[in-house]
Design a protein around this ligand. Structure first.
Ligand code: NAI
Length: 514
């Protein structure tokens, strides 16, 4: 499908944070843009803001001065809705209010031509519901940009129940021609990114509530072990706890209270107390001038082991053995004497990758001095690792295992014995929520991975990541979590089981989810 022609006029209604950015993207791609806002002077100010942003690009040498002038000249401030009559596509980015949006869309339909496409940038409203008021809803769809639109490549192209194929494909092709990465999906709560990302915040909040570790420790582990650009708490403080909680609440409500999306009482307390994050000076962290930054919990140096024994297969943690050899630690292989994944014997202690059971539970089943360690994005590169010791283990066990990881150049954070630890639990839930979206026909597996990499900058798409861990392992972690908590929150998406039984990966299901 061909994108809209550059000669065709684009309308943007709502010249706030998003509308201004969308107008900039369309104008930079060569379109003339009509920018409309109901607040007097708002569209003109947004145009000035675009001029300032482009001037900074010129200063940095990333844009020619005449490129800035030309783009600005292409943006016109509309003096009323009639000025949008010649537009081939109108994108609304007005206030997030169903009634106000319905009214605007109905008015737009009477102004534009019969071929014109209408799109909404809504983050939380149903595209099917927004389209239901239109005479011709086939031309209506969601075009969900991320903030700031000029820098974020992802655009979720959302099909409402009545959206026509042609409108969907034309707008997706147009987004691609604007230098964006479009992913298509069916209208459903949270679309892809705000649905799957709930696990990133939700698991961290639960771990904090349960006292698994401090916010700074969880953040450091998610960054330095999980490879995420930001930890969940620093990100919630940046987004604003009020905004983040509102999204969680809206997704939870839209899913009719599904336990997978239950919002956090701890975050609610923070919001009630006005601790909204950076913007209010305090959230999970204190941003006041002179406030001492909170440091993650880090264990003091412990003696390095000279040798270790490997029992069975370590799966995704196997690269630790190469790192151990490189650190001069002698390795002896012996048969596993218990079913399931393998472990390391270091002196009197045993060290194993979390499988969703607590260390205490697993110790009761045979590994008495067990210390669990968490998942890392890359076990060789990770600079920090979480460890948790079984209640019944010898107190020296944790130092013995910490000494091993320290010998590999890693900082070690001791956390409480929380089932599934931190990174493993979060990644398995991200995989599960992504698989659930694919299973329900919202989008393809490739769309989930692309959306999460581009929309949230995760180091790996969650489905691709789950596959690297092993779908069987992901299922096992989730099942153990479900048993530990007795909650439907951790129930396994049936697609994961199906792939596991068939011995297949997400690549095998191709377009089935689209
Ligand atoms: P904003 O509050 O910065 O801007 C909204 C603009 O719409 C204001 O300038 C307001 O005067 C104007 N407006 C309100 N009603 C209008 C009407 N009937 N006709 C014309 N103009 C009208 O809001 P923001 O953040 O730009 O959000 C806009 C939309 O984009 C919302 O639907 C929001 O959910 C969505 N969105 C927001 C993101 C964000 O990070 N802020 C990210 C992705 C989507």
């Amino acid at each position: 499908m061909k994108p809209l022609d550059k000669e065709q006029l684009i309308g943007v209604v709502g010249a706030g944070a998003m509308g201004g950015g969308i107008a900039e993207v369309a104008a930079m791609a060569g379109h003339r843009v009509m920018l409309l806002d109901s607040r007097a002077g708002a569209a003109a100010r947004a145009r000035e803001g675009i001029g300032d942003r482009l001037a900074r690009l010129v200063e940095k040498g990333r844009l020619a001065a005449n490129g800035r002038e030309a783009a600005l000249e292409r943006i016109e401030v509309a003096d009323g809705i009639e000025a949008l009559a010649p537009c081939a596509l109108v994108i609304e980015a007005i206030v997030e209010d169903l009634g106000v949006k319905l009214e605007l869309l109905a008015a737009l339909e009477t102004v534009v031509g019969p071929e014109a496409l209408l799109a909404t940038n809504t983050s939380s409203l149903s595209v099917s519901e927004l389209g239901a008021g239109l005479r011709d809803p086939r031309r209506f769809l969601g075009m969900h940009f991320f903030n700031p639109p000029s820098r974020m490549a992802l655009v979720e192209i959302v099909r409402g129940l009545a959206t026509g194929d042609e409108a969907l494909e034309r707008v997706a092709a147009t987004a691609a021609a604007w230098g964006k990465r479009p992913v298509t999906l069916c209208s459903s709560p949270g679309f892809i990114v705000n649905r799957v990302a709930r696990a990133f915040y939700g698991e961290a909040l639960r771990l904090l509530e349960e006292g698994a570790g401090h916010a700074a420790t969880i953040d450091a582990l998610m960054r330095e072990s999980g490879g995420f650009r930001m930890g969940p708490f620093e990100l919630m403080d940046l987004i604003g706890n009020d905004v983040n909680l509102a999204v969680s609440r809206s997704v939870h409500q839209a899913f009719h209270g599904d336990a997978r999306f239950t919002p956090s009482l701890r975050q609610q307390e923070l919001v009630d107390a006005g601790r909204l994050g950076r913007k209010s000076g305090k959230g999970f962290y204190d941003y006041a001038d002179g406030a001492t930054p909170t440091a993650p919990t880090t264990m003091s140096p412990c003696p390095a082991p000279r040798s270790l024994v490997v029992r069975g297969e370590l799966g995704v943690a196997a690269p630790l053995l190469d790192a151990a050899l490189a650190a001069g630690i002698a390795i002896e292989r012996r048969e596993a004497v218990l079913p399931g994944a393998g472990w390391l014997e270091i002196g009197e202690a045993q060290a194993a990758l979390t499988d969703g059971r607590s260390a205490t539970e697993r110790a009761a089943q045979g590994l008495e001095n067990l210390v669990l360690f968490d998942l890392a994005l890359d076990f060789r590169q990770a600079t920090r690792i979480a460890v948790a010791v079984a209640d019944q283990a010898d107190p020296d066990s944790i130092e013995t295992v910490a000494g091993f990881f320290q010998a590999l150049g890693k900082q070690v954070s001791r956390i409480d014995d929380a089932p599934g630890m931190i990174v493993m639990r979060t990644v398995c839930m991200l995989t599960n929520l992504g698989a659930d979206a694919v299973h329900k026909g919202v989008c393809t597996a490739a769309a989930v991975d692309l959306a999460m990499r581009e929309g949230t900058a995760y180091p790996r798409g969650p489905l691709e990541w789950g596959e690297a861990i092993g779908i069987g392992t992901v299922i096992q972690v989730l099942e153990h979590l479900e048993r530990a908590y007795g909650e439907g929150r951790y129930r396994v998406a049936p697609l994961l089981r199906r792939l596991h039984w068939a011995g297949r990966g997400f690549g095998s299901i191709g377009e089935a989810g689209s």
